[in-house]
Design a protein. Structure first.
Length: 498
């Protein structure tokens, strides 16, 4: 393989940002900053991967000094056990009190930033309703361009609420920032196991010949959560699991599984191929939504011996809500490689366990040569475990030792933990470092995001117009309603038992 095009080499984060840079976090007193951003930044700092001259400016409304802000960060970072460099890391942290909606707050920010270097990364870790004011005010304060440095902006998910609003948001941001300055984050893409999908496919010669409609029967993608809405009922009411998980994370997993190999490994070549997959997915007609999708809510019940509320009893949820906490759907990429191969997606809250995986089901052997014993023969399944047991396993049939000639499926497993002996880094570490380095491969481009919305829009429209009240319920700790099983049963298939 040509060394210059080796994705393994390109994906190895053995890089450090050598420039000076300032990261401005809008929403610096929020949950995301405390749980994800600061721990990831501190970890990068401890690995000497941040620029030599690196500053962090936290922006939020609550009155506090930089000193108080640093103490707060110290209180949640010191448990991370990363050694004794916390004081040094914190010395780079500053606080700017301001309101996103006020232009003068950004003028004040600009003054503060003038003391630091020219390279700036703005991170919008804020409620999505605030994106437009922040972008406008950054533009007005002339913070979107700089002489002699780079300016980039990271935008959190959810990006838009439907196809129309995501398009409007893209056009709005484009008035202030160029597309190559915009980094739409989907933290799934920062996961090692997600990046490994392409390495697995493209760095190994044996899978490419069978990675197509001739050998693959269907693909299942599961994103299961054991938790419920966890106090975020009000947010979830506006979102639902189709928007929250399918539109971004699951369609990204589908793209990486189904895409053609890019001709080079640069950001646009990779994203071009993902867009082609999204564009190839057969549009779901309104009159097909009922047959090709499932929606349901979790009912109250006992999980691990503890009584849990149903979705309709959660705080912030309308007792007559028709927001779905579970969905399953069937999609068809209508392209040369995958024509006729269904991709089944399912995701839900309060399912039996937390697991994300992609399973490729291969077609049966051409002849049932083992007669009656062939009933024990199961299809070969290749499973890419994204989380939590990161790894890959291949199921194949084997003869049970003994005279009877029985056949039983067995698995061949690879586990990251045992093979590499290290835990994979957090996704935010990878993505923050990439943004500092100007590598947008793992970020979503405008057309990618809009095409993903286009796929789910007919479902959203149908569900909005035909509100089922009450929505079908499923028992917590189960794999969703009976309709989910029926979706596959119609074609003689079944969901993988996890
Ligand atoms: N939390 C997560 O795990 C997670 C995961 C994935 C994506 N996200 C996304 O990340 C974003 C942030 O989520 P979050 O959970 O961190 O939200 P959050 O806890 O509600 O934090 C919001 C932040 O915005 C600040 N803020 C709100 N209005 C402001 C204004 N007018 N001017 C200045 N600051 C203002 C708040 O600070 P003050 O109150 O001090 O002003 C706070 O720091 C959202 O888009 C969310 O969807 C979050």
């Amino acid at each position: 393989m040509n060394g210059d095009k080796n994705p393994l080499r390109e994906l190895t984060p053995s890089r450090s940002a050598s420039d000076s840079a300032t990261l401005v976090i809008f929403g610096a007193t929020g949950d995301l900053t405390a749980r994800k951003l600061m721990p990831a930044l501190y970890s990068l700092f401890c690995q000497d991967l941040l620029p030599g001259d690196f500053k962090i400016v936290g922006f939020a409304r609550r009155p506090k000094t930089s000193e108080i802000f640093r103490n707060e960060i110290a209180s949640y970072l010191q448990n991370l056990n990363k050694g004794s460099r916390l004081d040094s890391f914190l010395s780079a942290v500053h606080y700017h009190r301001g309101d996103y909606t006020l232009a003068e707050s950004h003028v004040g920010l600009k003054k503060k930033l003038e003391k630091f270097g020219h390279n700036r990364l703005f991170y919008l870790a804020t409620p999505p309703s605030q994106y437009e004011s922040i972008i406008t005010n950054l533009g007005t304060a002339q913070l979107a361009a700089t002489a002699g440095g780079w300016i980039r902006v990271i935008i959190e998910k959810p990006f838009g609420h439907d196809v129309k609003r995501s398009g409007e948001l893209n056009r709005f941001i484009a008035r202030v920032f160029n597309e190559n300055q915009i980094y739409r984050i989907d933290h799934y893409l920062g996961k090692e196991t997600v990046q490994n999908i392409l390495v697995f496919r493209l760095a190994n010669g044996i899978f490419e010949p069978i990675w197509n409609r001739r050998y693959v029967d269907h693909v299942q993608i599961t994103v299961a959560e054991k938790v419920g809405v966890e106090g975020r009922g009000r947010f979830f009411e506006e979102t639902g699991i189709l928007r929250d998980i399918v539109q971004n994370h699951m369609l990204q997993l589908l793209c990486l599984t189904a895409m053609e190999p890019p001709s080079t490994f640069d950001a646009n070549a990779v994203r071009d191929e993902k867009v082609k997959v999204l564009q190839s997915i057969r549009a779901i007609e309104i009159d097909q939504v009922e047959n090709t999708t499932v929606r349901a809510q979790y009912a109250a019940g006992s999980m691990d011996g503890i009584m849990k509320k149903g979705y309709l009893q959660e705080e912030g949820v309308d007792p007559l809500s028709s927001t779905e906490t579970f969905t399953a759907l069937q999609l068809y990429p209508d392209n040369w490689r995958w024509a006729g191969v269904p991709f089944y997606l399912r995701t839900g809250k309060r399912l039996p366990k937390r697991v994300t995986e992609i399973s490729i089901y291969f077609k049966d052997a051409p002849l049932k040569i083992f007669g009656k014993r062939a009933d024990d023969v199961k299809p070969n399944v290749l499973t890419l475990n994204i989380q939590p047991d990161e790894g890959i396993s291949l199921r194949f049939d084997s003869k049970v030792p003994g005279q009877g000639g029985k056949i039983r499926p067995v698995t061949m497993d690879f586990r990251y933990g045992t093979s590499f002996g290290v835990d994979p880094p957090d996704a935010y570490e990878r993505l923050l470092l990439d943004a500092l380095l100007g590598d947008s491969t793992l970020f979503t481009r405008a057309d990618e995001s809009e095409n993903a919305w286009r796929i789910i829009q007919p479902i959203l429209d149908y569900w909005q117009n035909y509100k089922k009240k009450p929505l079908p319920q499923y028992n917590i700790g189960t794999w969703g309603p009976a309709e989910a099983a029926k979706l596959l049963k119609r074609s003689g298939r079944r969901w993988r038992r996890l």
